[in-house]
Design a protein around this ligand. Structure first.
Ligand code: NAG
Ligand code: NAG
Ligand code: NAG
Length: 749
């Protein structure tokens, strides 16, 4: 280009030289070399961001003759006229917007004229780059389809963009707008878009992602300032559904109700499930996964749950049925599935009374045989009783009661809900006595508590008791008192004792025996309990009148008890009263009694009680009284002196002869008589006085008196000893009567 210019100048020079030869030189532009003071636009360049209207240059030329010059610019025909020139000053103004990216050089012809000659030069102006272009996407916006199962980290697209600016203003880097940062990532240089590692697409969450990509250049000058340019465009990512989501149920939770009026086959509830892969859903098939107890069925296509049985047979109030919904592949294979639970409540109408059950179904009589006196608290395990009320809730609540004799048995539990094992316990062992009841009859009662109907049920409980040897023989009395007349022959019955043992069989057979110190004279028949005297024994009340000993009653196992036997030998009136002598002599002083005494050897009153009586008195029957109990004989009260006596007897003789009878009170009674001679004297003082006066004349009589006194003393001593002896014998016969002891052995239980 520059060579071309030079060539032009040479041509011009030659032409000018020729004209000059005609003495008019053409005007010309200053042109002082490449870099200074050019007036001809040589080497001029212009930045594309130069504003329209800017004075961009001043053409400078001159005319050798000094003529005024005019400037002009012109463009090739058809091309844009970017400049205008002021003809006088040569100032060039930009009049059209520049765009380097459309036209990076402008060819323009400049001219200078002095009025006669015109010089034209053709120059090229270079348009310089400014950062005025945005990066431009080559393949955005766009829409792509990505399967949701695409692995994380996979590249899904490559974004391309171009910035036509030169230099850094023409370089492009890529970014994603913030909201997509979580799921995608883009390589800033290559523009490769990836699913971020660790992330997955999920059709069920978002079916479409709009990924906004920003392309940004490296920055450059524009209007004197550095500026960055960017563009954004959107990549639409459609997520393609894969078969990855199980079916799910709609409208959960599910509750259904069965009424007792419902019939077999009634529809209870319908479940609905949908394939989670809603893009291309598979059909669903329903089934149970437990909890239906064979009571319900489900239509595998419609999901309708229906009743398979009569509701009366439902034993439960609540069913928790697990329902499975499986998706079915086009080939008919079961794929993914989901679960839900349907709660079905049986609404109860309390139609059912409580019922007792044995081992083989309903039962209203239960029997058991046990030994008497089972331990307290023992469970009667032989009774296998169940009670059930097949209603629900409060309708199935009832009490259990045991009604029957005493409080021997107890039932637990006392309150039942629905169903219970009935336990019967021994409460009073002692009362469960075979000897009292061979069997016990109880009524077991179940009565509903909270229902208006108060339905109830009863069952008979019959407990047969078996005997055990729980009793010792028991005597009819704690002690036995027997009386046997003395002199009874050997082998006489004394008394019969009885002991009873209520146990059955040999446990109830009683064997008697006697023992003790007083038993020697007696025998007992072991079987009958009859006590009799030994064959050789003779009883004498006067020798021993009381015997006591023990009698023992024993059963076959040796359980026994004792009783005491008291035997009294009854006295018979076998002894008459007896006086010491049948002839007695007594001296009676007037006013003082004399006493006679008879003795009866019988052991007991009245046999030994004596009554005295005067049977006859000589010479006069009428002057004595006798105390019938004591035997004291006194003169009748009116006889106060010898004179009265003599007035009766008419004699000087004062000796009386009395026949005195001693009679015992036995039955029959015995009596004895004695003759008593009584000499009556005056009062002692006068008698002794006269007597001792007389003795002075008769010394022989003094000796006689002495001898009489000695004899009397001896006689008296013997008499007193005898009396004392007999009294002591009588005393030993008196037995204590209040000392009876009770001896009873109770059997150990
Ligand atoms: C034109 O060039 C001449 C010579 O170099 C200079 O003296 C003069 O100032 C210039 N005129 C303009 C308007 O630049
Ligand atoms: C299940 O339900 C469908 C639709 O309601 C019905 O056509 C079909 O007969 C039912 N199947 C059975 C076994 O009841
Ligand atoms: C003392 C006394 O009683 N003397 C009497 C005796 O008897 C006669 C006749 O019977 C009486 O007259 C006495 O008085």
């Amino acid at each position: 280009m520059r060579n071309v210019k030079i060539l032009h100048l040479q041509i011009l020079f030659v032409f000018v030289h020729a004209c000059f030869a005609q003495a008019d030189f053409a005007p010309y532009f200053y042109d002082n070399g490449p870099y200074s003071n050019n007036g001809n636009l040589a080497l001029f360049s212009l930045s594309e961001d130069t504003q329209v209207g800017t004075q961009i240059y001043c053409l400078n030329g001159t005319d050798p003759e000094g003529q005024e010059v005019r400037y002009g610019v012109s463009f090739d025909p058809g091309s844009k006229e970017y400049f205008r020139v002021d003809p006088k000053s040569g100032v060039i103004t930009l009049v059209e917007k520049l765009d380097r990216e459309k036209q990076d050089s402008i060819d323009v012809s400049i001219s200078i004229t002095d009025g006669r000659s015109k010089v034209t030069e053709r120059v090229t102006i270079f348009v310089m780059d400014a950062n005025d272009e945005r990066p431009e996407f080559q393949n955005l916006p766009a829409m792509i389809n990505v399967v949701e199962t695409t692995e994380s980290g996979s590249s899904i697209y490559k974004v391309e963009a171009v910035d036509r600016d030169a230099g850094s203003g023409g370089s492009v880097t890529f970014f994603l707008q913030m909201q997509q940062v979580s799921l995608f990532t883009i390589d800033r240089h290559s523009g490769v878009l990836r699913i971020k590692s660790g992330e997955m697409l999920d059709y069920e969450k978002t079916k479409t992602h709009f990924v906004t990509v920003i392309a940004k250049d490296g920055g450059g000058d524009y209007n004197g300032k550095e500026q960055f340019m960017s563009s954004s465009a959107t990549l639409t990512v459609n997520v393609i559904d894969a078969q990855d989501t199980p079916p799910s149920f709609i409208g959960t939770p599910y509750f259904g109700y069965v009424y007792e009026i419902s019939e077999e086959g009634s529809e209870i509830f319908t479940v609905v499930a949908e394939d989670g892969d809603v893009g291309k859903p598979n059909p669903i098939q329903y089934s149970f996964d437990g909890g239906d107890d064979g009571v319900f069925g489900i239509n595998k296509t419609s999901g309708c749950i229906f009743l398979l049985t009569n509701p009366i047979n439902l034993r439960r109030e609540i069913f928790n049925i697990k329902v499975r919904a499986s998706e079915v592949s086009p080939e008919g294979k079961l794929l993914d599935y989901g679960y839900t639970t349907v709660v079905i409540r049986v609404v109860d109408l309390n139609n059912n009374p409580p019922t007792f059950y044995g081992e083989n179904g309903p039962q209203n009589m239960f029997e058991l045989t046990i030994y008497e006196h089972p331990p307290e608290g023992e469970i009667l395990r032989g009774l296998k009783i169940t009670v059930n009320d097949s209603d629900q809730g409060a309708n199935a609540k009832f009490n259990l009661r045991l009604i029957g004799p005493g409080r021997m048995l107890r039932v637990v539990p006392q309150t039942v809900l629905n169903e219970a094992q009935v336990t019967i316990l021994v409460d009073d062992s002692a009362a469960m006595d075979y000897e009292k009841h061979q069997f016990l009859t109880y009524k077991l009662l179940a009565v509903e508590i909270d229902t208006p109907e108060r339905f109830s049920a009863t069952a008979d409980i019959i407990i047969h008791l078996l005997d055990t040897n729980d009793n010792a023989p028991k005597f009819s009395l704690e002690y036995y008192i027997a009386r046997i007349p003395e002199n009874s022959p050997g082998g006489s019955n004394v008394v019969s004792v009885t002991a009873v043992d209520p146990d059955s069989g040999s446990w109830g057979e009683v064997k008697y025996s006697i023992y003790g110190s007083g038993a020697d004279l007696f025998l007992i028949q072991p079987a009958s309990g009859i006590i009799y005297t030994q064959p050789w024994a003779s009883l004498d009340a006067e020798v021993r009148s009381k015997y006591n000993f023990y009698v023992k009653a024993e059963d076959a196992e040796g359980k026994y008890s004792l009783a005491e036997v008291f035997v009294t030998v009854l006295d018979l009136n076998d002894h008459p009263p007896a006086f010491n002598q049948n002839f007695l002599e007594k001296t009676m002083v007037i006013g003082a009694p004399v006493k006679i005494e008879a003795i009866d050897d019988d052991a007991e009153v009245p046999n030994n009680v004596i009554e005295y009586a005067i049977m006859n008195a000589e010479p006069d029957n009428n002057i004595f009284d006798i105390n019938s109990d004591t035997g004291e004989i006194k003169l009748k009260s009116y006889i106060k002196s010898m004179a009265i006596i003599q007035n009766i007897t008419k004699k000087r003789d004062h000796t009386w002869s009395l026949v005195v009878q001693a009679r015992d009170r036995g039955q029959p009674s015995f009596s004895t008589t004695a003759v008593v001679k009584i000499g009556i004297t005056e009062a002692i003082k006068s008698r002794f006085f006269s007597y001792f006066l007389g003795l002075r004349k008769r010394p022989g009589a003094v000796f006689g008196i002495f001898l009489t006194l000695v004899t009397f003393a001896i006689t008296l001593t013997i008499f007193i000893s005898t009396v004392i002896y007999w009294k002591s014998v009588k005393k030993t016969r008196v037995q204590p009567q209040g000392k009876i002891r009770k001896i009873m052995r109770r059997p150990l239980s």
